[in-house]
Ligand binder design. Structure first.
Ligand SMILES: *Cc1c(COP(=O)(O)O)cnc(C)c1O
Length: 243
């Protein structure tokens, strides 16, 4: 084993990997620990501070934040990044100047956007917990998250992704079809809120028994919470739940 690759928190169930414990495990066998940090963005977590060797972020998501650019970021030691840069160079992985310009304007507001989007996500998670149709809510910003202590140690806030569960696929589809403000798309991290049905989209290529083993059930819905006014977001979810 040369490399241990993980994503934390998991998407969309918000299971958190203990970075320092896994760094120790990886390094004990001479492997690198690589963390996909796309869900939180560098505002929500800096895996290198916890000993990870490389932190990966999809810049397509929160770093651009406006659905305009595809890109990615790797961060790590100069020694590792020199090797990565040489590899990217020989593969032709160069961003166009226009996309780079858009990404640079997006990153200027990253921390402000994340602060507000995390706050909206927390309010939605708390509101969803009160709804009779909702059987479970998954969000790493909730104070009663089973891993709250670990989350405080390695995250700044809960992020933008909220998972919640209703009875079955039929109910989930009514909600996904019923929202008007949320866009139906598998993207996340945008300033506009999005809604996804993981069973048939992000996890659609897995076998049903594999999905169930990963706790991805037909009644699960994923939200990526944006910058809209919180009252408008909650009103939209309410009218969709009423349907
Ligand atoms: C979307 C996503 C990716 C892929 O990013 P692209 O920029 O769309 O290629 C990788 N990891 C995570 C966790 C993601 O959510």
């Amino acid at each position: 084993t040369k490399l241990l690759f993980l994503e934390t928190p998991s998407n969309p169930l918000g299971e958190v990997a203990d970075l320092e414990a896994l760094v120790e495990l990886a390094h004990s066998i001479g492997a690198l620990l690589v963390v996909d940090n796309s869900l939180l963005s560098p505002v929500g977590s800096q895996p290198l501070k916890h000993g990870a060797d490389i932190s990966v972020s999809s810049a397509t998501k929160a770093i651009d934040g406006h659905g305009r650019v595809m890109g990615g970021v790797l961060a790590g030691s100069e020694e590792l990044m020199t090797q990565v840069a040489m590899y990217c160079n020989s593969c032709g992985l160069a961003m166009s100047p226009f996309n780079a310009w858009q990404l640079l304007s997006g990153v200027e507001t990253l921390s402000l956007r994340m602060e507000k989007q995390y706050d909206n996500a927390l309010k939605i998670a708390q509101w969803l917990k009160e709804q009779p149709q909702v059987q479970a809510v998954y969000y790493t910003g909730l104070p009663d998250h089973p891993q709250a202590e670990l989350i405080r140690k390695q995250q700044n806030g809960g992020g933008i992704v909220v998972g919640f569960e209703v009875a079955d696929q039929e109910e989930a589809w009514k909600i996904v079809d019923g929202v008007e403000l949320f866009s139906r798309t598998a993207n996340l991290g945008d300033v506009r809120s999005t809604i996804t049905h993981p069973w048939t989209t992000t996890h659609g290529r897995m076998q049903p028994e594999e999905k169930l083993a990963a706790n991805i059930r037909p009644g699960l819905i994923r939200l990526s919470v944006g910058l809209e006014h919180i009252d408008d977001l909650i009103d939209d979810l309410q009218q969709a739940l009423n349907k």
